[in-house]
Design a binder for this molecule. Sequence first.
Ligand SMILES: Nc1nc2c(c(=O)[nH]1)N[C@H]1C(S)=C(S)[C@@H](COP(=O)(O)O)O[C@H]1N2
Ligand SMILES: [Mo]
Length: 160
Amino acid sequence: MSDVILRVSGEVASPQAMTYEDLASLNAEFQIPDVSEFAPSRNGRAVWLQGILDAAGATERAKFLGLHSSHDNFHASIPLTEVRERGFVIYQCNGEPLPREKGGPARFFIRDHAQCKTDEIDECANVKFVDHIELTAEKGFDNRPEDEDEHAKLHQKEQS
Ligand SMILES: Nc1nc2c(c(=O)[nH]1)N[C@H]1C(S)=C(S)[C@@H](COP(=O)(O)O)O[C@H]1N2
Ligand SMILES: [Mo]
């Protein structure tokens, strides 16, 4: 059996523990065979957030999308309505599970995201190594960089 790469919990009717195969077998209408269509200069295969939310049955109370990476303790919590139809999870590249150096095994991405720190829905919310999606009624934990300094440090860490 394959490893669970993405859990979905919180304001959902049926919490999920999804493997690579689970993501790949979500309905074809939710699959993005080539993400470069929505994320220029990125490649790979993804699934729209909506497909994941449907599988879990997001409740009416769900207002924020929590994106957690336990790999490097990076977290974002963003308004759900604004990303419902713009967010996707990249899980494959060149026919293989998305490698760690590309933010795998699962990487969140927002179509037409704003530049870092200019909006709630910014590039910083494109959480890499995302292993837990948590739907909440109120804004949850978020440790995205708050100023230039923190941001610069983070990118330095990413490159080392
Ligand atoms: N897990 C995790 N995801 C992360 C980060 C991080 O440090 N850890 N940095 C964020 C920030 S600040 C930015 S701008 C983008 C950069 O994505 P890229 O490395 O694919 O260009 O990833 C975001 N996702
Ligand atoms: Mo960022």
